[in-house]
Write a protein that binds this ligand. Structure first.
Ligand SMILES: [Zn+2]
Length: 279
């Protein structure tokens, strides 16, 4: 699927560069543009467009919140692809023990599988974000389909918790020229991350801790998983084992934790709010 997305957007880059090349040749005949200049235009456009699609942080198709203010030592822990038991409950218990806020980007299909777990996230006072319904890659989906994925999950979250999420994280962070606009029109803020820990590769508890520590920086959003795509019974045990050490190391280094929404408020420079949270 990723290859298909890359091919479609490369083809679009080719036609776009052809239009640019022909327009420049018509407007400036004295430039006498060669095949090589055409190739250069294509490569630059293709690189830009593919980074807009595949780089979750790229602002090319509209800004995405991927890091908070660098002024304050705060971190946001985020958990994608859940809920999945027993892991969501185990993570909630660790967060409760350390009194840490976090954000869970949930999948609609997983809510249907684990209806009690979404209620537990809400009851624990943790933030719920929307990760779509079926974890489909969205760059080739129409704006209508994107909104459908969002609304289906929104309704499931609402009927279970009475809350409507306002943050959306696209599966794998992949975007299209129209995705960010569709997400905003649906009333959501698009969110990515600063440090992907790739805990779903199950690289071992130690590696998960090391990768997380490398991601510590002011305003960082760390990406973890309490699920693995749509897998009904994923194995997130390594993350659950690693999480207390990650939290303790961060606290030891003087970091405080926030939800993604709180981190956004810091981005808007509400210093009083930061003081309230970090003191
Ligand atoms: Zn995901």
């Amino acid at each position: 699927m990723k290859l298909k997305i890359a091919l479609v957007f490369s083809l679009a880059s080719f036609f776009l560069s052809l239009i640019v090349f022909l327009t420049l040749s018509a407007l400036f005949p004295s430039w006498d543009l060669s095949f090589w200049s055409g190739l250069l235009i294509f490569l630059v456009l293709e690189m830009l467009i593919l980074s807009g699609v595949f780089d979750p942080k790229s602002p090319l198709f509209g800004s995405v919140f991927w890091r908070g203010s660098k002024k304050y030592p705060v971190l946001a822990l985020t958990f994608d692809d859940g809920p999945s038991e027993p892991y969501t409950s185990e993570i909630l218990e660790i967060l409760r023990k350390y009194q840490i806020p976090a954000t869970f980007f949930v999948l609609g299909k997983k809510i249907e599988l684990y209806p009690q777990a979404i209620k537990k996230i809400a009851a624990a006072g943790q933030e719920i974000g929307n990760h779509g319904y079926s974890h489909q890659l969205l760059p080739l989906k129409s704006p209508g389909k994107v909104v459908k994925e969002i609304r289906r999950t929104e309704e499931l979250v609402f009927s279970a918790t009475g809350q409507r999420p306002r943050l959306f994280r696209a599966p794998h962070g992949f975007k299209s020229p129209w995705l960010v606009r569709a997400v905003r029109k649906a009333g959501y803020r698009p969110v990515a991350w600063t440090c992907g820990v790739w805990d779903t590769d199950r690289p071992g508890e130690k590696t998960i801790i090391q990768r997380s520590l490398k991601g510590f920086q002011n305003g960082a959003i760390l990406l973890f998983h309490d699920g693995r795509g749509l897998e009904a019974k994923p194995d997130c045990s390594q993350l659950v084992k690693a999480l207390p050490a990650i939290i303790e190391e961060a606290l030891g280094q003087g970091y405080k934790f926030m939800t993604v929404s709180e981190l956004m408020a810091v981005g808007r420079d509400t210093i009083k709010k930061v003081d309230a949270v970090t003191n």
